[in-house]
Design a binder for this molecule. Sequence first.
Ligand SMILES: [Zn+2]
Length: 385
Amino acid sequence: MAHVHAEAKPVSRAQLTAALKATRGKISAEVAGLIEAGFLAEEGLAESDGGRRSSLLGIPRSAGLIVAVDLGATSVDVALTTLGSEILAYRGEPADVRFGPEPVLERVKALVAELLEEQGTGREEILAVGLGLPGPVEQTTGLLTVPPIMPGWDRFPIREVLLREYAAPVFVDNDVNVMALGEHWGGVGRGVEDMIFVKIGTGIGSGIIIGGRLHRGPQGCAGDLGHVMVDPDGPTCTCGNRGCLEAMAAAPAMVARAERCARDGRSEVLARIVGEGGELSARDIGEAARRGDACALDVIRRTGGLVGQTLASVVSVLNPSLIVIGGGVSHIGNALLAEIRSSVYRRSLPLATRNLPVVMSELDDIAGVVGASVMAAEGVIAVRN
Ligand SMILES: [Zn+2]
């Protein structure tokens, strides 16, 4: 069953037999048991190869539902998916994690209730909940531990609160790990054994897939790219250290630089936005750069250069075969991606970058909910197997 989920599309018994290196009889018996239990169903026929067309097996909607939540620093995305991680219903809206866990989780519950109603079903169908959070999550307990941008969330029992609400197991990880899982399962990282997913938004982080599996490290802190020091004399970071990549290159740092451009009269476009009373966003910077604004382009290049420089060290250590860039700031467009790419290529050994695509996330805004669903579904299936 784990294999059917991993394939992300219906498979035949023959494919299962080959992939799992088991006998046909054993696969047939196992499949029969899973169909009996409602976890697999016949879903159409395979392409004909001249002989009798074999039937394809998939995970039916009736097996149960997964609630997938991707909480960012400034947004919340909630999806209802099948156990096969197919999205049935989805909502995304702005949120502010600084309000603390109670109001944010109340909003999550309200969104889940809306989606369940939309699907004409109730919480009794929920098999598990998957949740991505924008802070360090201790793997053994599922607790956020001293999350720099989430005051009030430190060791808040999120798992217990949601378990009580839905009477279903709750799987928690940091948002970037969850996005990496999503992109690896159903995006541009499909079938790639070794990849790095980098999120650039309010913060910066990365999810590392090694040998086809997410590498979390014993405490769950692996991939914390944003707090790698890039300048010992740099500004103070939310974590308390100086000159972290995040403090120098994430959205707040970009906005601060762009505001200086506007104030100093170096950018008419940015000054106009500020003058209209608007707060600058990373999106505005991207738009200004597209219109040829030199200051905005400079801000983007600086972020791209710093991210690329830090990634080059990761490339030297891990030798991945794919780097995927996601998160809100990645929407800025090609200038950012081009700068990251050239910075990685310039600073890594030629052998390591000979075949190393640096690309945008394919799942984009839904990478988090897809990954949260995959994490929860794998958890449910692991117990079942
Ligand atoms: Zn830091």
